[in-house]
Write a protein that binds this ligand. Structure first.
Ligand code: DQA
Length: 151
């Protein structure tokens, strides 16, 4: 029997202020809204015959609970794509939560974090994820989903 799409679920987590995409520093983050980005990812998932769940929060604890939910129970996921936004540079707690997971994890940033202020050049999670994509704008999410679907 062909496994159901639900058995090939990828979680996509967007961190703080990414709900303001479109309005927020468009010269850095682009003009597309988070809704438009999620719609593109859902469309691609359909083509790839996988299931995606998208989630955004401005709260560190909610992001941690979502990461924890990816590792067990009925919501078990086969991969995680995460843009922790500003928490990338500060959150040991998100790093620790990611260490719970035994699935491919792709860290993604719309902007090239290495080309910006020095405080953005440090990622607390870069050394615990499978791969990092930084600087491709929205295209980075498309690259990440295509890649993780094959993993
Ligand atoms: C970001 C880069 C972070 O430094 C910043 O705080 C963000 C977005 C990006 O996608 O380029 O909110 O993660």
């Amino acid at each position: 029997m062909k496994p159901s799409k639900k058995d090939r679920k990828i979680m996509i987590i967007h961190g703080p202020n990414l709900n303001m995409l479109g309005k927020r520093e468009p010269e850095i983050y682009g003009k597309e809204t988070l809704g438009e980005i999620n719609a593109k990812l859902e469309e691609l998932a359909e083509k790839l015959d996988i299931d995606v769940e998208t989630f955004q929060s401005n709260y560190e604890g909610k992001i941690i609970e979502k990461i924890q939910s990816a590792s067990g129970g009925s919501g078990i996921c086969k991969g995680l794509i995460i843009n922790p936004a500003a928490f990338t540079h500060t959150s040991i707690a998100i790093r620790d939560a990611l260490l719970l997971l035994d699935i491919p994890i792709i860290e993604i940033h719309l902007s090239n974090i290495y080309k910006r202020e020095s405080f953005r050049r440090k990622s607390m999670i870069a050394d615990v994820v499978t791969a990092q994509i930084s600087g491709f704008g929205v295209q980075g999410y498309i690259i990440a989903l295509n890649a993780i679907a094959k993993m």
